[in-house]
Structures are given as C-alpha cells and as structure tokens.
Design a protein around this ligand. Structure first.
Ligand code: SF4
Ligand code: SF4
Ligand code: F3S
Length: 363
C-alpha cells in the first residue's frame, strides 16, 4: 500500500508541488470525463491506492510502445503513476535474466492470483507459434497461462490491439490480437504505433482510482481518448473546411499549414487524441509537424495504408460542423496546458529551498 507519506516524498523528490499534483488530478478528471469537482477524491484515491501488480509481456513487436512510455525527458506525474504500479515482470526493464526472470513472473502470478494486470505488447503468431518464443515457451502458451488469473488485460499498441505490423500482408505467422485469443477477461485496447504515453498511464491511473477499466468503444478502446477523430480536433481543419489543400509536402500551402488530406492524411477516419494531448511532452504531433496521419490507431492501418493516397470517402461523410466534438476535445486538451504549468511550477521551485514537510501547505 502506498501511504500518503510515500507519495508525498516521491512527488516532492521529483520537484512536483502539492498544487501541481492536484492540478494533475483535475486534468485527469477532465481526461476521464469526470466532473472536475472530483479532483480531491481522485487525489485521495491515488494516494491510498494499493499498488497493482503488473506483468508486461512482449510478443511479436518492436518494443516501440515501451520506448514511447519510458523515453520521457523529465519525470512527470503521469510517469510517476507508472512507477506506482508494481512492475513485477517486464522483459525490457527487468534486471533479472534467464531462469530468475521467469521465476519473477511465476511469483507475481502466484502471489497476486486474480488481481494482477496483464499488459501485452505485440501480436501472437498462431499458425507458427514457434516463430516467437521466450524461455522456450511460445507466445500463445504464455498468453493463455498469464491471462488465466489476470484481473484485466491491457493490450498496448497496434500489434496487441489489432495485430499491427506482424499482421500485415502476407502475415506469414498468422499474427492475431490479444482479443482474438482471450475471450473471458476484460480487455482494453490502447492502439497506436506506438500509443501516446499519457493515454497508457491514463488508463493505469483509472485502474488505480476505480479498480476497473474505463468505458470502451466498439473496438475496445477507451472512449475518453479515442472518442473523436484526429480530423475533429485538427488545427488544419479550418483550411480543410475552406478547401485549402497542400499538393506536395514542400509547397507554399504545406508551409502555410494547409490541410494534408490530398497528401494522404487519414485523420478523418482515425480515432485518437494526438491533436490535443500531442507527443514528446506536448511538443508536437504528426500533422502539426507536416505529415499526414497514417491511421495508426485503427485496425489494419498498415495494409489499409496507401499512406500518400487521399482517402476516397464522400465529402458529406466528413464535412461536419466545425465545432463538432471540440467541446469534448477541450477537456482532453486541458491536459497540455496543465502539464506545461506544472513544468513551469517545477522549474520555479527548483531554485527554492523547501522541506518536504511543507508540501501539503504549499500552493
Ligand atoms: Fe512497435 Fe508499433 Fe507494435 Fe508498438 S504497435 S510494438 S510501436 S510495431
Ligand atoms: Fe487535419 Fe488531416 Fe483533417 Fe486535413 S484531413 S484537417 S490535415 S486531420
Ligand atoms: Fe498515429 Fe495518426 Fe496520431 S498516425 S500517432 S493516430 S496522428
């Protein structure tokens, strides 16, 4: 159990003020579509949360999802949330190797039977299970074994959610997603290649707070993060609505921020929160940096690809009222502002001499 004291010390040690933590809880409430008045309750629940045991498996994948989560430049509250889970087995991050690593998994499964969260990164080869093995066990066997006593399963990335790149034609291993194998457990899909780190930790934070997975859409994705399309919240949208399209990646229109639809942007058919949460500490995201969305959070995104070929859907399907979903997007977008303010708060406080005992009272 994490005590208030241990959380307080951890946040203080990372330069995050009590006010910054409460601000995070407020924006987390917005992200999770809860009333902001619940911020204090969320703070209390996180402080008192029992550390869930997490077993993180790697199957057919590139480890890009783990890289996405662990490559942040500075500690943030959401990265600390990741630290607050008990990561009992993770093939990339585990210090132990060989039999010791396998034993760590067995111990975690035994000691947390029915309570651990199973995180899966990568797809599962079913036609040739021997294509991908760890410790002599096929991915298929390991998934079935670890899923059996899991409380819930989190499929991170396009590979685990929908098969991803290993599933792309000709799919020599007959790669499939987690949900195509496991049918009797709650599964949340967090697609993307890779997914946005804040989305991964947001789902874990939700589990910490409520002890359950968030509401999901018909593809098993959390509605709060995947409820709108890239197109609905894209800053180039006003150019789209005015019919102003870049014709090449270096023409005057592209440089002026015009819409990338004719260059193959899949934003109109892609559900994700990149336009509001952004990437790399809210630095930018694909469309902002000049490249169309590839649709990486949708099924079959690689085969559906035609990355530089324009979508061919009737314009009436995506010429929606410009304000559509903006209100919903604002809640998620508030995260960026809040985190930036937290960073500034951290930077300012780094020059002050403050005791951890003052943490509760500081604002
Ligand atoms: Fe790599 Fe993409 Fe698969 Fe994640 S979803 S493991 S980034 S290929
Ligand atoms: Fe933005 Fe792409 Fe939609 Fe154009 S088509 S407005 S670039 S998401
Ligand atoms: Fe993926 Fe499109 Fe976002 S390619 S990273 S969903 S902008």
């Amino acid at each position: 159990m994490f005590t208030h004291e241990s959380l307080k010390k951890a946040l203080f040690a990372n330069g995050i003020s009590r006010r910054g933590f409460l601000k995070y809880c407020t924006t987390l409430a917005s992200m999770l579509a809860l009333p902001t008045s619940m911020a204090a309750t969320i703070a209390q629940k996180i402080e008192q949360a029992k550390r869930p045991s997490v077993i993180w498996l790697h199957f057919q994948e590139c480890t890009g999802c783990t890289e996405s989560l662990t490559r942040s430049h500075a500690p943030t509250v959401e990265s600390l949330i990741f630290d607050y889970i008990s990561l009992d087995y993770h093939e990339t991050l585990l210090a132990a190797a060989g039999h010791d690593a396998e034993k760590a998994m067995e111990v975690a499964m035994h000691d947390n039977k029915g309570q651990y969260i199973l995180v899966v990164e990568g797809s599962i080869p079913v036609k040739h299970p021997e294509y991908s093995t760890v410790g002599g066990q096929t991915n298929l066997d390991v998934l079935k074994k670890t899923a059996k006593d899991a409380a819930a399963i989190v499929a991170v990335g396009a590979c685990a959610s929908f098969g991803g790149l290993p599933h792309a034609s000709p799919n020599p291993s007959d790669a499939v997603s987690v949900s195509e194998i496991i049918k009797d457990k709650p599964i949340v899909n967090i697609p993307g290649c890779p997914p946005i780190p804040v989305v991964m930790t947001g789902v874990l934070a939700h589990y910490l707070i409520f002890g359950a997975l968030p509401a999901l859409d018909e593809l098993g994705r959390p509605k709060t993060f995947y409820g709108q399309t890239i197109h609905d919240r894209c800053p180039r949208r006003s150019f789209y609505d005015r019919g102003l399209f870049a014709e090449s990646f270096d023409d005057a229109g592209a440089k002026a921020g015009w819409c990338l639809y004719r260059l193959g942007c899949k934003g109109p058919t892609t559900h994700n929160a990149c336009a509001t949460i952004k990437w790399n500490d809210q630095t930018s995201w694909p469309v902002e940096s000049g490249h169309g969305c590839l649709g990486c959070s949708e099924p079959n995104f690689w085969d559906a690809g035609g990355f530089y070929k324009a979508l061919s859907i009737p314009s009436s399907d995506y010429h929606r009222v410009a304000g559509y979903a903006v209100a919903a997007g604002l809640a998620v977008g508030a995260v960026a502002g809040s985190m930036n303010k937290m960073k500034k708060s951290k930077a300012a406080k780094a020059h002050e001499t403050v005791s951890v005992d003052d943490w509760d009272e500081r604002s």
